[in-house]
Design a protein. Structure first.
Lengths: 376, 337, 337, 376
């Protein structure tokens, strides 16, 4: 298929076909065995809600309430599937598009928008959610993730056999990021230290306008092997397969088996961000090819075929989505501009003479206007 | 003379440079079919093809490093770094390799690489998209760093930078991309078509200019803050203070001569840039003015710049950046002496 | 009080910090069995084992990046960058990540990472082994940058840097590694064992000191040039010029208060550092002195530093670097006013 | 064998055993077919002369005539073998230890010492020798090499089928360098552009004191495959095999087949540099293990067994080495310190106001001493 170019989808781990049929995989089926209808419905629910939120954020951006929005549209299976495979001992290092994963980590979705409204650069308590802040410098966080994993290992949180204790790190990045030196150095460090980390590459076929063939001539999963890191390619629009391979990888990493690389083969159904115009660099034909592979539609088809998506479930999720949309709008609009002097806060943990002097000057300066009554 | 935006002027300048010399090629992320995230390379991929307008892998060190190799074979790569904050992965290649090759080879190897950096803030962007890192390059010998403030300068200077045998950091004030101005395309074309064009062009792009004459205070700016300085001069003028505005244009070399000439006349200098004040470009200028015009000064040289804090969320950027009030405040302060 | 070299003092300081806090760990290239190319970590691998004295893969960005991740879990990584010129591959991690995490997380994430950089020249080394990049870090908010000039300061400041909750660039003047001096080990130990030790230590390491009192000229130096400044003061003193020497100790924050106090008394300032003068650390200091002590100055503030050229072959380094003649020449020049 | 740790030497391409017997290799023997006794003697000659020079430089350093010296001791086969596989169309990017390769590119060996005497940073005309300057920042040159190769391709110097025209780039770096982001980015760019480049890794088991296991758990040749770059591991102390695999790789690259990675498994028999003390981190036992694998000794054994190393040949090379030693000493000692003001030369190609001002100041300042007669 031309839409894929040289990077075929022949060898992807699949457990749910694009038309919504379940298939077996010799190695990975067993990692999805625990997914009963309720669990799958939960995934369907999460994907649906995240997409609704995503669309709401897009319209808020169009209305000028946000400076920018980065859609996760089309990548819900990769994110929700992998997110559901984690537990509270695991720690996640996202890139900037992992709203689905954020949701599975208990981040209240509207909170993410603090960043995109220009209030601040990080929006949640990373430690509390065991979900690190978004990182915009492509690939930079892969090293933080690796160091964090090395530290978990030091702290005796790996390979003890105690499921209440053992954990691992999951680090998300895109196909474009695989070209960055940092990401490759992260694989060097992870491999050499047998760090408990899963590198989860969402190959959404594009780095902004550049097709993945500008980053690699061979499937990205192959990269891991070069560092001695076992790697697997999974259908990134198959939430069950994404769950299964991530569970496998996490169990391996948590038990001291070292790093794993997962390439989730998926598609960015939306624009790169609200500033982007994909009509400049991709065809409608490609978009339709992938629309037929919509990750939500295929789980929907499967659950429906099993009689596991009753109308009440659909209605409930529709209502929840609507309510989330309303709350998102309200929340975002309610956020005031922060007090100006907060720009001097948290530059350092301890006082720094330059910051203190500039803050003092600024406060005097601001007061001078107040005194003159020019502005508040 | 044609009306152009600054983005349009750079686009036309790139095209002219590519027409003039087939060794000129563009490299960067998304500069091909997309035309760059700011559309500065719009249309060039279509007309010159993917071999001369190369969409590169997503790796800034790789871009600069391979450009060095291509320059060794006579190419003149013009790199687009997508945003200021993403130049740092290439910092080692720029400062330890690109900057030093001419010196290390005793002048045998020239690396005419231009690195275009859409820089500075004011466009409501997210983190890492509004920074002013020019001082971090000006400190390293072997690099040149320039920044245009008008469409005319953008058109001329991008071509002079490309023609120059030295590596040049070309800082494009992204908030000014859509400002319009008249552009005369012929002068620089004639200049660069002449035999000594590269030398003349390099010398010219390295000089500041007096953007507005005045007698009481010298206001120094470059790139994004020139318009602000001119506004301040206007307002101060209405209040009876005559402000001269110097547009530096070049950060390395720093055209201190032009500034010092002005400073000796006015005796009062205020420097305005978006880069953080501490250890910023204004520090060097202030130090040089002290060294060379000390006994002509009526007042301390003042600096108005960004604060010693990361560039904040966009809701606060108006207060983080030098703005009209802060510039006028500084003008008032030097006028009290 | 014990006699120690500066290298020995840092070694002892690292050991004391590791004894005090088991979260302290060392990372770098060849710091384990070899003890580092300067032997600053000698013996620590043997006593603390490879988990606390980690020989890392050969990748500076990787070292800093993984240290950030470890710091997020409460570790206090102390990185050795083998030589000044090899810090640049890590520049992105240092300036866009390490520096900004505390700010981006609204203070939730502290990254107490120390980056030890043997820096500056004078040891007859090959290219990239003699550079002074401190200004390139001081311009970025979120980082601290300090440099000791004596064994006592080296011993104290390395421990204060490790105890500090902020990231610290610790610039070690490699040419001074073998200089000896008396070290009192008890004071800083008592300081850091106290509850507010980290705060007190951070404040203390951020302050300059008057290394020699004088009345005619203030000579400002730090790290490698403090000894030179003291020599110059000696020689000038013999000629009847009383020179005060300020050892800055901290480059970020810049302790301008100490300098300005001195400048207001002497009215004449000369700044001496090895870093290139243009856009160098002295520029900021000069600008601040102008801003805050202008009307006390009898003469322009002068700077004596490296030239705007790559660090040359070692046969020329004596002339590239500020030396006694050049410092005295500058002292003479300020004394003519 | 413990000396190798997990990185075994099982799968190395070998054509000459450590005891000096020739063996066949199904794929690579044919690339050594053209090596007759004269050609092999030439390689033996080059290795011997380079080693003599290397030892001379070491003693010059000990005598204080050089600030530092970086030995190539033990790596002569990797360097001379690969060097002999190149032709004048090829272009080499060395690291800093490739004195053997420099010799094959016609660089007069003593010239290299300009760098180590502290006169200047680059010592020869890179273009004339088609041998770039040494690069000390680990891995940085791998990107220059890749860009240069991309440019050769653009210039129509690859895949034309004309042996007078087609060329490729060879880029040398060490085992330690493979951990650097730049080296990995070089592989990304080379693979994506099918650049005519051979990455030649001399795995000499150490990055200063760190064994190669600190850089990778798997053989370094595996790294290439992760980027889609065909890779081969060769016995780096077997000059014939090094010649053969490099010829294969170069023919492939020159004809448009794209990049290749060669891992030459060898040993740094000396210290990292004259500043290093390897007794701190490696055992005599390891050193003896490798001494038995000395690359010169084994070729010597083979040629002797064939009656192809007559006494005259030995005497001639001994005389030549001695003469080179003498010339090296004399040349080095004859080099004066450069004129001080040369430090301002070549900072830029065009005048730069700061440099001009500083140069002018410096000249005035120097003259002021001359005027006072203080010093010249
Ligand atoms: C170091 C760096 N360079 C450039 C950019 C600008 N940029 C932002 S996203 C992006 C593309 C990323 O592609 P990919 O890694 O595939 O992730 P995706 O956006 O597709 O999820 C680029 C080039 C950046 N953020 N950081
Ligand atoms: C970026 C960088 N970091 C550190 C160094 C210091 N250094 C010089 S050589 C070396 C080891 C290199 O090992 P390897 O790549 O295996 O090459 P070898 O010296 O063994 O030939 C190190 C760490 C450097 N030159 N550049
Ligand atoms: Mg992508
Ligand atoms: Mg090695």
């Amino acid at each position: 298929m031309d839409a894929l170019g040289p990077q075929t989808d022949d060898d992807l781990v699949t457990l749910l076909t694009r038309t919504g049929e379940r298939v077996e995989h010799p190695e990975f089926s067993r990692y999805a065995e625990d997914l009963d209808a309720a669990a799958l419905r939960r995934m369907w629910h999460d994907m649906t809600v995240v997409r609704a939120f995503d669309n709401e954020a897009t319209s808020l951006q169009r209305q000028g309430e946000l400076g920018l929005w980065v859609q996760s549209l089309g990548q819900e299976a990769a994110q929700i599937g992998s997110g559901h495979a984690m537990n509270g001992n695991d720690f996640v290092f996202p890139s900037y598009r992992e709203h689905g994963v954020a949701h599975t980590r208990g981040v209240d979705l509207p909170e993410i928008l603090r960043i995109f409204r220009g209030l601040q650069h990080g929006a949640w308590d990373a430690e509390a959610h065991r979900f690190h802040l978004y990182t915009l410098v492509i690939g930079a966080h892969s090293l933080h993730a690796t160091g964090y994993a090395m530290a978990m290992d030091r702290d005796g949180l790996v390979g003890t056999g105690d499921p209440e204790r053992d954990g691992a790190v999951v680090c998300y990045f895109g196909d474009g990021a695989t070209s960055q030196g940092d990401v490759n150095e992260a694989m060097v460090f992870a491999a050499v230290h047998d760090a408990p980390i899963v590198f989860f590459v969402q190959n959404n076929q594009f780095a902004i306008s550049e097709p993945v063939t500008r980053q690699s001539r061979v499937p990205l999963a192959q990269r891991g092997a070069g560092f001695g890191i076992p790697s697997v390619r999974v259908d990134g629009n198959d939430v069950i397969a994404c769950y299964a391979v991530t569970r496998w990888a996490l169990e391996r990493a948590r038990s001291g088996g070292g790093p794993v690389l997962i390439e989730a083969f998926t598609y960015r159904m939306g624009a790169h961000t609200t500033s982007d115009d994909p009509t400049r660099y991709r065809t409608r034909a490609d978009e339709s090819y992938w629309a037929e592979r919509d990750p939500i539609a295929r789980l929907d088809a499967y659950l429906s075929s099993q009689g596991e998506l009753p109308d009440e479930a659909r209605e409930a999720v529709a209502a929840e989505s609507k309510e989330l949309g309303r709350r998102t709008r309200e929340t975002v609009r309610s956020w005031d501009r922060p007090a100006v002097a907060t720009m001097f806060d948290h530059v350092y943990a301890e006082p720094h003479a330059t910051v203190e002097a500039e803050r003092a000057w600024f406060e005097r300066y601001e007061r001078s206007f107040a005194d003159q009554g020019v502005h508040a | 003379m044609t009306q152009m935006t600054m983005a349009g002027a750079i686009n036309r300048g790139l095209r002219a440079a590519m027409d003039r010399d087939e060794k000129v090629l563009l490299m960067g992320e998304d500069i091909g079919q997309l035309g760059g995230v700011f559309r500065v390379t719009d249309g060039l991929w279509k007309d010159f093809g993917p071999d001369r307008v190369m969409d590169t892998p997503l790796a800034e060190s790789g871009i600069v490093g391979t450009a060095i190799g291509m320059a060794m074979r006579g190419y003149r790569p013009v790199i687009e770094i997508q945003f200021d904050g993403f130049i740092f992965p290439a910092y080692d290649q720029i400062t330890t390799q690109l900057a030093k090759m001419h010196y290390r080879s005793q002048g045998r190897i020239q690396l005419p690489v231009v690195i275009r950096v859409p820089f500075a803030g004011g466009i409501g962007a997210v983190e890492h998209h509004s920074e002013s890192p020019e001082a971090l390059f000006a400190h390293t010998a072997g690099l040149r760093a320039i920044s245009p403030a008008t469409p005319q300068d953008a058109y001329d200077m991008i071509q002079q930078a490309i023609a120059s045998p030295d590596p040049v950091l070309f800082f494009e004030p992204k908030a000014r991309y859509w400002d319009k101005g008249e552009v005369d395309a012929d002068r620089v074309d004639a200049q660069l078509s002449a035999e000594d064009g590269a030398s003349v062009g390099t010398a010219e792009m390295s000089r500041g200019r007096v953007a507005r004459a005045g007698t009481d205070v010298t206001l120094v700016a470059y790139g994004p803050t020139v318009r602000l300085a001119l506004q301040a001069a206007e307002v101060a003028g209405a209040d009876g203070t005559s402000v001269e505005v110097v547009d530096l244009r070049s950060i390395s070399p720093l055209d201190s001569a032009t500034v010092i000439r002005s400073a000796k006349r006015t005796g009062r200098v205020v420097i305005v840039h978006e880069a953080p004040t501490a250890y910023g470009p204004g520090a060097e200028l202030s130090a040089r003015i002290a060294e060379e015009a000390f006994f002509h000064l009526h007042a301390p040289v003042l600096r108005v710049g960004g604060f010693h804090a990361p560039y904040p969320g966009s809701k606060l950027e108006h207060d983080y950046l030098p703005n009209l009030d802060r510039v006028l405040d500084a003008v008032d302060r030097v006028m009290t002496h």
